[in-house]
Design a protein around this ligand. Sequence first.
Ligand SMILES: CC(C)(COP(=O)(O)OP(=O)(O)OC[C@H]1O[C@@H](n2cnc3c(N)ncnc32)[C@H](O)[C@@H]1OP(=O)(O)O)[C@@H](O)C(=O)NCCC(=O)NCCS
Length: 168
Amino acid sequence: MIIRPAVLADIKSIFDFIKIIAVKETNNVISLPEEFSLTMLDQEKWVKYYTENEYSLLLVAEADDKIVGVLDFKNNSKIRLSHSGEFGISILPEFQDKKIGSKMIEYLITWARSKPKLKKINLSVFESNKRAIHVYENLGFRIEGQQKNAVQIAEDVFIDLIQMGMVL
Ligand SMILES: CC(C)(COP(=O)(O)OP(=O)(O)OC[C@H]1O[C@@H](n2cnc3c(N)ncnc32)[C@H](O)[C@@H]1OP(=O)(O)O)[C@@H](O)C(=O)NCCC(=O)NCCS
């Protein structure tokens, strides 16, 4: 298994991966499959944003000749918030619980610490996602808040979002 920054040639594999995650991990991620019907040009813009911005990172994990994990981080565009940024991460179900997620986040932390401007990493996670919260706490992230009923998953079904952060 290797973890590396994404390149433009990964576009198709990344978007195929994201669509699979949106279907298989619908209980853990916000985006729905229909929200990924971007044109090729928009997909290219999306990837380029990460590969060309000094304070953004798009990571892929590869195993068995395919992408099995994706992590994306970008810092905030507002000047007074730009010392911090938020990341998202997903691993294919059959590759979960093999430490790939932890290794990708460790890569992010090392990368972020190499950028003097970056002082904090934030994230949001479904309150029900005990595995992800465990992984983040293991790596040093702390719970900073809980946004009630932040996600609506059905007509009368809501999930809280937990805010976590790590001061670098
Ligand atoms: C959350 C996720 C990124 C973690 O990556 P991963 O590679 O599966 O996790 P790791 O193998 O590095 O670590 C798993 C840890 O969680 C623990 N764990 C597994 N299931 C658990 C559960 N239900 N409750 C608590 N801990 C759990 C494992 O024991 C292990 O802990 P350890 O390191 O102390 O032994 C990955 O599982 C994933 O993509 N899940 C689906 C999408 C998602 O939830 N994304 C995050 C949205 S915020």
